[in-house]
Design a binder for this molecule. Structure first.
Ligand SMILES: Nc1ncnc2c1ncn2[C@@H]1O[C@H](COP(=O)(O)OP(=O)(O)OP(=O)(O)O)[C@@H](O)[C@H]1O
Length: 347
């Protein structure tokens, strides 16, 4: 791709191995990391599968069917990165910035309840936080007071306060080009003194205004550009990726090939995660003798690690949904049941 899509300057691209060794030596002596920087996702088993988490220079695609929890999972990974002291930016083409904030408050309230050994159900949920953002407050006492009236609302706010400065949300739209994304990431990196982890929600929405081209070409160029951005600005880029409707008819389990738009998606990505609701992909033998099992499977999502360039290979992991609180429960486990290639149920 042309340089101008990502950076206006021309970085030095040719280095002797001598230079690379000397650079590494110098970084080690300074106490800096010479290689890729890793941002844990905060989901332990996923991190060990990815050999530590998200890496600088990597493009991670997160696909899944509509409503499977892609935004929830990605925002939670970003939240875990900023809660651990890192910087992040979300390019939100799908949700208003305030919607993301309301979900984060729900997540923090759930964490606060858990930290006090109370059931998650006792914490205010995303709907309750939304109502604070949407109603006029007769007391006119401000956000702290209003949230203080919700269970774990004040604790949620103070947990968010700890990282609120480091988490940026870009309200993206049909004019938010790849150049603007790159410029914003570069600016945040400069201000923060370190590259941010970047979330694009979602890839097929990144426009190329004024260019006449089909979706395959556009998705190819956007995907290549996001990979370039990750490499040039030394950050991980997580891009949510829509499913191809045509290949998602009844009786089909989503795979990398079903991501919408281009084979470049699979080639360019370093990691591909596909999110599915467990009840759709568990093998029939686990259902026939126990119809009640469907209810249990419905509460779980499967994260299939389909491509894993620097990690330990492919893996089928599962996480329990807690969408009312804008999150998944933090514990990840390996799927014990056999999963199918073809879908058993459609909703
Ligand atoms: N306040 C809430 N309470 C309960 N469930 C919710 C709430 N808000 C959203 N959900 C559900 O949580 C699920 C996950 O939402 P999320 O936005 O993460 O999905 P997604 O895979 O990104 O969806 P899409 O493809 O539509 O963008 C959806 O099925 C949605 O209906």
């Amino acid at each position: 791709m042309s340089e101008s899509r990502i950076t206006s300057h021309r970085p030095q691209r040719r280095h002797s191995v001598r230079h690379l060794l000397d650079d590494t030596d110098e970084a080690l002596r300074r106490g800096a990391r010479p290689g890729a920087v890793v941002w844990p996702t905060g989901f332990d088993l996923l991190d060990s599968t990815l050999n530590g988490g998200l890496r600088s220079g990597e493009l991670v695609l997160l696909g899944g069917t509509e409503g499977s929890g892609k935004t929830t999972l990605a925002v939670q990974m970003i939240r875990n990165a900023v809660a651990a002291g890192r910087t992040a930016v979300i390019f939100s083409f799908e949700h208003e910035a305030q919607t993301v904030v309301q979900r984060l408050l729900g997540l923090e309230a759930a964490h606060a309840a858990e930290a006090s050994d109370q059931p998650v159900s006792t914490a205010a949920d995303v709907h309750a936080f939304r109502s604070v953002f949407e109603a006029e407050d007769p007391h006119r006492a401000g956000l702290g007071e209003a949230l203080g009236r919700l269970a774990y609302g004040r604790a949620a706010l103070s947990m968010m306060d700890a990282y609120a400065e480091r988490l940026h949300i870009h309200s993206s739209n049909s004019q938010t080009t790849i150049e603007e994304i790159a410029g914003t990431v570069a600016q945040i990196a400069e201000e923060a003194g370190e590259p941010p982890v970047v979330l694009v929600d979602y890839l097929q929405k990144v426009p190329r205004p004024g260019v006449q081209e089909d979706e395959i070409t556009r998705v190819t160029i956007v995907t290549e550009s996001l990979k370039d951005l990750a490499m040039e600005l030394q950050c991980p880029v997580v891009a949510i990726t829509a499913a191809d409707r045509d290949s998602l008819g009844s009786g089909h389990r989503m795979r990398t090939k079903d991501l919408r738009g281009s084979s470049a998606l699979a080639y360019e990505a370093d990691v591909v995660l596909i999110l599915s609701s467990k009840e759709h992909i568990v093998s029939r033998e686990h259902l026939v003798y126990d119809l009640g099992a469907v209810k249990i499977y419905r509460r779980w999502s499967v994260i299939t690690v389909e491509k894993n360039r620097h990690g330990t290979g492919s893996m089928e992991l599962e996480v329990q949904k807690n969408f009312e609180h804008g999150r998944f429960y933090p514990k990840v486990r390996v799927v014990a049941e056999r999963l199918i290639e073809e879908r058993v149920f459609t909703t």
